[in-house]
Design a binder for this molecule. Structure first.
Ligand SMILES: [Zn+2]
Length: 440
């Protein structure tokens, strides 16, 4: 199989790797890159023309060349809040620990937490991260995250969180004005983009949900929202609106291809049908849901209705890492346990969710990763899909390329000074804990 656009003046040519295709692996295969795009993909060895025209030829023997990981939902600020849940259920954990820390964190600390979290995401193979950005006292907070994202070189959509009911509520005007200020900053095709991030149905009014969604659509963006994470939350929405959350969002006109439903643990059959009919996307966060004891989303049933699912690590406060490979294994294992069926979710289906269905085809953006298949955890490899889905940790990610540029290369992070970010973060969190009243 050979597909090609043009083979002159190639920038990068990867050879001798196992190359991902929609139907299976080409092993060995090659992949050529130029101007941030994939120019050619094929099996065996590239032609001598290709080899001669490439500025750089990289031998990726014993590596998988696959689309980059899309971490569909995290809270980068929570990189400073790992390991704090200690068995508390969702709402107690939020009230006693997370909300006080979120109130005390400075914009500078937020930028540092985002940088640390983005480094972790890139090391786990992310070429794209959706950050549900909850620290929103002023525009400067979201700008701090945007600076970290721009420096990291990863694609990042910052879904600006908001609520206009209950604890930490903002006025509808403040929310809509700030969302628009962010949307006008978006550069078409830029690495940093913005979305509307209502926190949960029970903390948002109908009117502001409708208006913010219309605004997001006007700017070509979308709504990204926690929905039906716990059984309690479903009950709270039913009490206020008379409807279950997905049904309520549908009634508001929000459910559609431009809406991302994060969690969907407690959706009933009718709601699954609505998600499918309207083309909404589900972001599944299996590890976070398990760690917080929220439940296990019915992934097989949702997929069977034709709903598109992506994976999210969720914030490291509730996971407590952003290792997307670890999260993938949890997705597969929990789906099988839940269905009492080892065929409930295949490695290939899991990998498609991990990479948001992306393909390495001619003309696609060169957002890809090189993953080692010769680690202690994965060697020897009988089946590449299984090795990646069940035996691989983020630490096996050798290189990450976004739009044709390496941001992680041969295990070295090129955009972030990892060592100093870790040192500064340890110091910053000491101070933050004191200010939040967690320590004397
Ligand atoms: Zn979340």
């Amino acid at each position: 199989m050979v597909e090609r656009l043009e083979i002159k003046n190639l920038e990068t040519l990867l050879i001798n790797g196992a190359v991902w295709t929609p139907t299976g692996w080409i092993d060995p295969g090659y992949l050529a890159i130029k101007d941030g795009l994939i120019q050619a993909v094929g099996g065996g060895s590239p032609t001598s023309d290709m080899l001669n025209s490439a500025a750089e030829v990289i031998d990726v023997t014993r590596m998988a060349v696959m689309p980059g990981v899309v971490n569909g939902h995290t809270h980068l600020s929570q990189t400073f809040m790992r390991g704090l849940a200690a068995g508390r259920p969702l709402l107690r954990w939020l009230k006693e620990l997370i909300w006080p820390l979120q109130a005390a964190i400075s914009a500078e600390e937020l930028e540092l937490a985002a940088m640390l979290g983005l480094a972790e995401n890139i090391r786990s193979g992310a070429t794209m991260v959706v950050d549900h950005q909850k620290i929103t006292r002023t525009l400067a907070d979201t700008q701090a995250v945007a600076r970290a994202a721009a420096q990291s070189g990863v694609r990042c959509t910052i879904a600006r969180a908001w609520s206009d009911c209950g604890n930490g509520a903002e006025t509808p005007d403040a929310i809509l004005i700030e969302l628009e200020e962010l949307f006008v900053r978006q550069q078409p095709g830029g690495l940093v983009q913005y979305a509307s991030g209502p926190l949960t149905p029970w903390r948002c009014s109908e009117e502001t949900l409708r208006k913010s969604h219309a605004l997001a659509l006007e700017y070509g963006s979308y709504t990204h929202m926690h929905v039906s994470e716990t059984a309690d939350e479903v009950q709270m929405t039913v009490e206020v609106t008379g409807l279950r959350p997905v049904a309520w969002l549908d009634q508001l006109g929000i459910l559609g291809p431009q809406s991302q439903i994060v969690h969907a643990v407690w959706v009933d059959d009718h709601e699954m049908q609505l998600l499918a009919q309207k083309g909404a996307l589900v972001v599944h966060c299996p590890l976070s849901n398990a760690v917080l004891g929220s439940g296990i989303a019915r992934v097989r049933a949702i997929l069977d209705r034709g709903v598109q699912i992506r994976l999210g690590t969720d914030g490291p406060a509730s996971n407590d890492t952003q290792d997307s490979f670890e999260n993938l294994k949890a997705a597969i294992s929990l789906a099988r346990a839940n269905n009492q069926d080892a065929a409930a979710l295949s490695p290939r289906e899991g990998l498609s969710m991990l990479t948001a269905g992306a393909q390495l085809t001619t003309g696609s953006p060169a957002d890809l990763i090189l993953v080692r298949l010769d680690t202690l955890w994965s060697a020897p490899v009988h089946d590449i899909d299984s090795a990646l889905a069940l035996s691989t940790h983020g630490s096996a990610v050798d290189s990450v390329m976004v739009a044709g540029k390496f941001i992680l290369r041969s295990g070295k992070l090129l955009t972030i000074d990892e060592e100093s970010v870790i040192k500064e973060s340890i110091l910053a969190v000491k101070n933050l804990r004191k200010r939040a009243g967690l320590d004397q």
